[in-house]
Design a binder for this molecule. Structure first.
Ligand SMILES: Cc1cc2nc3c(=O)[nH]c(=O)nc-3n(C[C@H](O)[C@H](O)[C@H](O)COP(=O)(O)OP(=O)(O)OC[C@H]3O[C@@H](n4cnc5c(N)ncnc54)[C@H](O)[C@@H]3O)c2cc1C
Length: 250
């Protein structure tokens, strides 16, 4: 079993401070399959904490920069996600154990549907990096993402999703508690043609995604268990093959 300690080299926070993009320095030779998660373990103020986190960066990024990244959302008051988003400091060492999981598939289709909420976007970040920066061949991407407010989005990630925004990438971002939705939409729609910030129901975006992609698409869903099951049901009723749906339940 792979078991090591790596230190934090970079932490970028969302404006709300509730979501962080953490980068650890890889010091040993590390092998993982993109889409896998590791167990992060730490001891802080006499608390031993251990939780799984998806790797958000690509294999190529690890080879070239010796970094692996994680997107973490604070969901507890005083446990692991609180430690990783609020308390961890530069050079703090975190134990990393066993990459496992199968949030990946052969990417055999050229059309992609990504659906995520909160930290569920974490494993979609590597897919997006691969498709966009490493010029993976694609015809169309629809990215559906749900968060509470715009301030909960890490700017680096928003930029990754939107800077290559072309006619064949459609971002549907749902912000359920955003008080300034109209202002945000105005600001972004002047620069990005296919970004849409809207209030919370994702069903409309899902219907739109199915209309846009129709069949032969690879779907990646990362969400709460009941949500993943609902979305899988809707997709399967819409002629999407079971084998083309990859999912992770947080
Ligand atoms: C495969 C997988 C991948 C994941 N990837 C990500 C990811 O990339 N990013 C992300 O943000 N999340 C991810 N998650 C969720 C993540 O693992 C954690 O569940 C999440 O960060 C919340 O952890 P937490 O410890 O802060 O809170 P909780 O899980 O809510 O912690 C509560 C639990 O911790 C213990 N606990 C808490 N406080 C105390 C206390 N004071 N004393 C004793 N015990 C206590 C208890 O057991 C309690 O049930 C993933 C989950 C899975 C299953």
């Amino acid at each position: 079993m792979f078991d090591t300690k790596w230190h934090l080299v970079k932490k970028v926070d969302s404006p709300s401070g509730l979501v962080s993009f953490l980068t650890l320095q890889v010091q040993d030779s590390f092998n993982f399959e993109e889409g896998q998660f590791v167990m992060l373990e730490t001891e802080f103020e006499w608390k031993k904490m251990k939780k799984p986190y998806s790797i958000s960066t690509t294999y190529k990024q690890m080879e070239e920069e010796k970094h692996i990244g994680f997107v973490v959302k604070k969901t507890s008051l005083d446990w692991m996600s609180n430690f990783l988003t609020q308390l961890i400091t530069a050079d703090f060492q975190v134990s990393v154990k066993w990459p496992v999981g199968h949030y990946t598939n052969s990417l055999e289709h050229k059309k992609y549907l990504f659906i995520a909420t909160w930290s569920g976007l974490s494993p979609n970040v590597w897919l997006f990096s691969k498709l966009v920066y490493q010029q993976w061949d694609y015809d169309y991407i629809v990215n559906i993402f749900w968060e509470k407010t715009h301030a909960d989005i890490v700017p680096e990630i928003e930029t990754l999703f939107t800077q290559h925004n072309k006619e064949n990438i459609n971002n549907f971002f749902h912000l359920s508690r955003e008080p300034n939705i109209e202002q945000i939409n105005k600001q972004y729609q002047s620069t990005w043609s296919t970004i849409r910030y809207q209030t919370w129901r994702i069903q409309g975006s899902l219907t739109k995604a199915i209309e846009l992609l129709w069949t032969d698409m690879s779907c990646f869903i990362c969400w709460k268990p009941e949500m993943v099951d609902d979305v899988r049901y809707i997709l399967e009723q819409s002629w999407v093959d079971k084998e083309d749906i990859t999912f992770e339940k947080y």
